[in-house]
Design a binder for this molecule. Sequence first.
Ligand code: NI
Length: 167
Amino acid sequence: MAKKLDILIFPDPRLRKKAEKITKFDKSLENLSNDMLKTMYEANGIGLAATQVDHHVRLIVMDLSEERNDPKIFINPTFEVLKGYKMYEFEEGCLSIPGFNETLARPDKIELTWQDLRGKTHVDKPEGLLTVCIQHEIDHLDGKLMVDYISALKRDRVRSKLLKDFK
Ligand code: NI
């Protein structure tokens, strides 16, 4: 049975750790993926990076479907921005920064490479929401957060509020 994991909340320093590449495609990786999916669904999120549940490996789960029945798992994801891209604006939220939403602009044309649970490599050129969502989640694996894209003043305000709310 999958279990729900605790989600780290900003400014927890563990959210700043850089995740390690995954080299073992075993049962424990499958279990962690399932636990992360359960955690994401119960929190009503559309994506979750392993960093957010204090596992510092390059693993992301996601479900962008309205019906919440299309779980996706990305292992060791990387992307390259493609020629002719535009900046796509989307109001992002983050399970590690509750109550905070901000419109960010990210490149809308990428080539995404990742592995599945068996270690098989996939390459795709995603469209729409997946493009920005995967960039948000890959940022997590690199210890980067949405609040890094806003002014220091605004970031301090978010930090103080969350420190008070999640004491
Ligand atoms: Ni996030």
